[in-house]
Ligand binder design. Structure first.
Ligand code: IMP
Ligand code: MG
Length: 200
């Protein structure tokens, strides 16, 4: 493990087992609604970049007809470790009307990312919008935007975590386990414009 990672919070074996269960539950609940000549495919919408690893594993436990429509949302400019607001880059696909959409993200924190996405998707009148996250942070004082995930792999304490797709300043996404970062340091003192932020 990298020296800046203090401890492993969720080992890879536990992640894999939980994702298998989540896939089975999603298949049971959404599977009957999609596919066939009447209903369209399930639209899986991973939020780049953080959900890349989770989505890649999750979809292989959901054997239903699906398309994959990634979206890019920026929220953490540079070294910041708390939400700086969210913005969608390049928008979402424009043909979601009547479809079942499953938004997949790595972590639910302030709720701004998924709250924004849900609003933008719902404006197109899809048949349904559900949210799957690998991690949901406990927020004693509530989230900035009240978002509830339909599927959440693990509830975790309000620490900054990395690995399995989650980054700090763009790094650590390739760690196979989820770990807690050792003293991430203060957010960068120079304000970063949204254009310089990086994808979630
Ligand atoms: P929210 O908009 O505050 O809910 O944050 C969602 C995004 O922030 C996620 O998609 C992550 O990219 C990022 N994020 C939130 N908490 C963490 C963390 O502990 N580690 C790494 N990224 C995080
Ligand atoms: Mg991120």
């Amino acid at each position: 493990m990298d020296e800046r990672v203090e401890s492993i919070l969720i080992p890879r074996t536990q992640i894999a087992a939980r994702i298998r269960e989540m896939g089975q539950q999603i298949t049971r609940e959404i599977g009957p609604l999609v596919g066939g000549p009447e209903a369209g495919p399930l639209v899986m919408m991973p939020v780049l970049t953080g959900a890349m690893v989770f989505a890649a594993d999750l979809i292989r436990h959901i054997p239903v007809q699906m398309t994959i429509e990634p979206v890019t949302v920026s929220s953490y400019p540079g070294k910041a470790t708390s939400s700086q607001g969210a913005s969608i880059e390049g928008g979402v696909p424009a043909d979601l009307g009547g479809k079942h959409v499953l938004v997949v993200d790595d972590i639910l924190d302030s709720g701004r990312t998924l709250g924004l996405l849900r609003r933008v998707i719902e404006a197109q009148r899809p048949a349904s919008v559900r949210i799957a996250v690998l991690l949901a942070k406990e927020k004693a004082e509530g989230r900035d935007e009240e978002v509830v995930a339909d599927y959440a792999g693990f509830e975790i304490e309000d620490n900054f975590v990395v690995g399995y797709g989650l980054d700090y300043d763009g790094y650590y996404r390739n760690l196979p386990d989820i770990g807690v970062l050792r003293d991430p340091g203060p957010p960068s003192s120079t304000p970063t414009s949204p254009a310089q932020g990086h994808a979630s």
